[in-house]
Design a binder for this molecule. Structure first.
Ligand code: MOS
Length: 725
């Protein structure tokens, strides 16, 4: 009764024909009441009997070796249990998607505040005191913390046509450097784990995004069979990439719990999250654009310098969107990775696009300015017919529609010349940018069991605040004709079928497809039982050939099926991406350089929308991060040690209520991506951030004529530009 689909061909739009009206509807999150009432148990809410508390001990140097620990003062602290340090302890797995475990030995320090051990005590406070009391000795080595002067590795990139020659003959060119600062995910829920062992089996309750990978990672770290690991993560308070892979909290809790024979909990305090969780790299981007005077772009160049520790596989794919967003016969992207001793970098919401589109889309604004052309028109004129790199066709592609619709709804025609709109000391301007985020399909499985008029969905998929519980219930209710209350969704237990996990915006569409396929299998079984292909399911009843029968009469036992999806030929011969357009209006204070975002609109084409409310929340959340990226967010590194010094939510400025306008709206275009998956949906979690900050930055320029190229555009930078005018 299982149904496996390899996406080798476009699939019929079954969910347009079930006509229950449940899928797509903006239903509030089904687990919402549990969260607001405090009864949803996050990792750190678990208190198994006899639990001890661990605090991560972190390196006080940037580079070198640990030569010893002096525990004598810690041992005098009431409730001190011990210090744990061992191999495979310290690293937050780089990409999370990779199936490899942390391997660096604990005695080596590669970045400041790296976890080097776990201090365990009867209470959190005692463990924290003990961690402060332990003296660590080191053999210190010289560290390289400046990405510009550290060794650099050339990683190449696409090179088509002849960019240099074309730039020489183009009518109008842009050749500018843009820089972005490091960022930190700053998920609301702190990273944490509770580990307990029973009979050689580990039960890990942790805050993670990708359980099937995480299970292998932790098993590998501990040298045990993945069969002996069970992970539970029913509620996760945000991840944004920082919880893709297991962290030092999970590994250290598991080691200490095994050695002590009692459960151990490790929650990273906020500052440790900043210190020890993968950050988004800073970037330096050189964007080159060449165009004919009619606005036809002939050259796109996007070189970038990013950073990571030596030996880490991840490098921010900064030019990802530049490779397919606009047409141009001459294209060159070149990536360079600086190997330095800053905190290791990894995936943070929309790795690649989130920062790369700040550079590209501000450069597009500069090109429009130099051409004397409307920036919306410039973009419309250069939308490619096919993927410019591979030549394959796009799947559903709504960039043109999004730009046009957005310009109309936002009132783009009222945009004035630079600096021409003023309200007292405030200068007002509008900006635009495209949005794009590649769409992916990952292998996923889910089980659905139908018993009369009730269904249960089981998969190890996580819901990291994105709406998995709700949309899987909607898919099932839609496909099986049930009221949504009759569908119970059980997630994030590695005993359930292996899902895609939450990452790369592929979760809803990949695992949602698996849920759909399981339902399809059940529908086929029902069709066979009632001997009709044309039937309607509603409220636990099947109607076929004018006859309505209760499913409980038709079936002698509950029906259960596992659906399984994997990518196939359609992702080879097509390019699937979400597209959209961002519009922003800002006010710039000419006295202080302060920028206030007044309103924002994002128009998106992301395939079938599974839940209008959760999709909009995701997209608006991304746009808000765009405001932070454009104006305030900076993980500043101490130039001596590389240590992140803006390491709490007071000093690391994510956009908060006061920074976000009342008017921040989205329009979701009607779209179906037949090549993406059998539910025709694409990702939304990362599409909203991709390009959003550039619209804000371009609006600053229109407001006051100051072009900031070093982001975030803090008041000092805006002021310097105003002063120079
Ligand atoms: Mo995402 S940055 O793949 O969680």
């Amino acid at each position: 009764m299982n149904k496996h689909l390899k996406m080798d061909a476009p699939q019929p739009r079954v969910l347009d024909e079930t006509r229950q009206g449940i899928l797509g509807k903006g239903i509030s999150r089904t687990e919402g009441p549990k969260k607001v009432s405090g009864s949803a148990t996050y990792a750190g809410d678990n208190h198994p009997d006899g639990m001890a508390h661990g605090v991560l001990l972190r390196a006080g140097i940037t580079k070198g070796k640990v030569t010893g620990f002096d525990e004598s003062a810690a041992q005098k602290i009431d409730g001190y249990v011990g210090l744990f340090h061992g191999p495979k302890f310290i690293r937050n797995n780089a990409q999370g998607m990779a199936d490899e475990a942390p391997v660096q030995p604990d005695c080596e320090v590669h970045y400041h505040s790296q976890p080097i051990g776990l201090v365990v005590a009867e209470t959190f406070e005692a463990a924290r005191d003990a961690a402060l009391a332990i003296k660590v000795s080191y053999d210190e080595e010289g560290a390289l913390v400046d990405p510009k002067s550290a060794p650099q590795e050339d990683q190449g990139g696409p090179d088509v046509g002849d960019l240099e020659a074309d730039m020489g003959r183009a009518d109008v060119t842009v050749d500018e450097i843009y820089t972005t600062e490091a960022q930190v995910s700053a998920a609301m829920e702190l990273h944490g784990s509770v580990a307990q062992w029973n009979d050689g089996k580990l039960l890990l309750q942790s805050s993670l995004q990708m359980l099937k990978f995480n299970r292998n990672e932790i098993a590998d770290s501990l040298g045990i069979d993945p069969e002996n690991v069970r992970i539970l993560a029913p509620y996760v308070g945000g991840g944004f990439g920082s919880k893709l892979g297991i962290g030092a909290d999970a590994v250290s809790a598991a080691i200490a719990a095994r050695d002590l024979g009692r459960p151990v909990r490790v929650i990273m305090p906020r500052q440790t999250v900043f210190d020890a969780v993968l950050r988004r790299t800073e970037t330096e981007q050189r964007v080159r654009l060449g165009a004919r005077s009619d606005g036809t772009i002939t050259s796109i160049g996007h070189d970038d310098l990013v950073s990571n520790l030596e030996g880490e596989g991840f490098a921010e794919p900064t030019s990802q969107a530049s490779q397919f967003l606009y047409a141009a016969p001459n294209r060159k992207m070149q990536q360079t990775v600086s190997r330095n001793h800053r905190t290791p970098s990894g995936s943070v919401r929309a790795p690649g696009e989130a920062v790369g589109m700040l550079g590209l889309e501000v450069a597009m604004d500069e090109l429009a300015e130099r051409l004397g052309m409307c920036p919306v028109k410039l973009r419309l004129q250069n939308v490619p017919e096919r993927d410019p790199d591979s030549g394959v066709p796009f799947t559903a592609h709504s960039l043109t529609e999004a730009l046009k619709r957005g310009a109309q709804e936002f009132g783009w025609k009222d945009r004035k010349a630079n600096g021409a709109r003023r309200e007292g000391e405030w200068l007002i301007g509008m900006g635009v940018a495209s949005a794009a985020r590649k769409n992916m399909l990952l292998p996923a499985k889910a089980r659905v069991t139908l018993d009369g008029d009730k269904a249960v969905v089981e998969t190890d998929m996580t819901d990291i605040g994105t709406g998995s519980y709700t949309i899987f219930a909607q898919i099932t209710a839609e496909a099986l004709g049930l009221p949504i209350e009759n569908v119970e969704v059980r997630l994030a237990d590695t005993d359930y079928p292996e899902a895609s996990g939450s990452g790369g915006s592929f979760g809803a569409s990949s695992t949602g497809s698996a849920v759909f396929l399981a339902c399809q299998s059940i529908r086929e079984e029902i069709a066979a039982k009632c001997g009709a292909n044309d039937f309607t399911l509603k409220d636990g009843q099947v109607t076929a050939g004018g006859k309505t029968t209760a499913l409980s009469d038709l079936l002698d036992a509950p029906l259960s099926a596992v659906g399984e999806i994997e990518k196939g030929q359609t992702s080879e011969d097509h390019l699937s991406s979400g597209f959209g357009a961002h519009f922003a209006e800002v006010a710039v204070n000419e006295v202080s350089g302060e920028v206030r975002v007044r309103r924002m609109l994002g128009v998106f084409g992301a395939g079938r929308i599974l839940n209008e409310k959760t999709a909009k929340s995701q997209l608006v959340g991304g746009m808000i991060w765009g405001i932070g990226a454009a104006l305030t967010e900076e993980a500043a590194h101490d130039p001596r040690t590389g240590h992140i010094i803006t390491r709490d939510l007071a000093n690391y400025h994510v956009a908060s209520h006061a920074d976000v306008p009342e008017q921040i709206d989205t329009i979701l275009l009607e779209e179906r991506d037949d090549y993406a998956n059998p539910i025709q949906a694409k990702g939304v979690g990362e599409l909203g951030i991709s390009g959003a900050g550039a619209a804000v930055l371009n609006a600053i320029y229109n407001a006051c004529g100051v072009r900031v190229r070093s982001f975030p555009a803090t008041p000092d930078k805006v002021m310097a530009g105003l002063d120079a005018m």
